[in-house]
Ligand binder design. Structure first.
Ligand code: T46
Length: 134
């Protein structure tokens, strides 16, 4: 589990965080998306990706992320606009406990591709086992 602490450039006007690919973000950023107005009690995700890498940043409010690599699970709270969670491929993810004002920004290494999703947990475990047996 890798959490990035980005550098805020603060002065008497407030804070600014700048993110550059291959410098602050370990991949080329091909897509940006964000989610907001997430209802109380909602759990998003429930899938893994075959190749996609991402950085999740809760730029407003807070939420929690559960990451599962098929062997162990970890829960991470995202509650600062200058922290980012790296989510590699082959990682089952769930996002939940969104505050009502939460905005979760995602920087992604690939364009949207439904074929990259693994939506069944047993298929995910098979995928992890296949990767490890190579
Ligand atoms: C992930 C987690 C963190 C698009 O049309 N383009 C996009 O780039 C994305 C990400 C989604 N969509 C459409 C597909 C669905 O109709 O937006 C709708 C909601 O997507 P989804 O149900 O996949 O959202 P989450 O929150 O379950 O998962 C998303 C990403 O899909 C996923 O890659 O890692 O956020």
């Amino acid at each position: 589990m890798i959490k990035y602490m980005f550098q805020p450039h603060g002065d008497n006007r407030g804070q600014l965080v700048a993110l550059e690919e291959y410098k602050d973000i370990p991949f080329e950023i091909k897509r940006v998306y964000y989610m907001y107005d997430t209802g109380e009690g909602v759990v998003r995700g429930h899938h893994a990706h075959k190749t996609l890498q991402q950085i999740l940043i809760c730029i407003h409010g807070s939420c929690k992320i559960k990451l599962d690599n098929g062997r162990e699970q970890k829960e991470v709270a995202l509650e600062k606009p200058y922290e980012g969670l790296y989510v590699s491929n082959a990682m089952w993810r769930e996002m939940y406990d969104f505050s009502s004002d939460a905005v979760l920004l995602v920087l992604a290494s690939e364009l949207y591709d439904e074929n990259d999703y693994i939506r069944d947990y047993n298929d995910f475990i098979d995928f992890v086992n296949t990767l490890e047996s190579r």
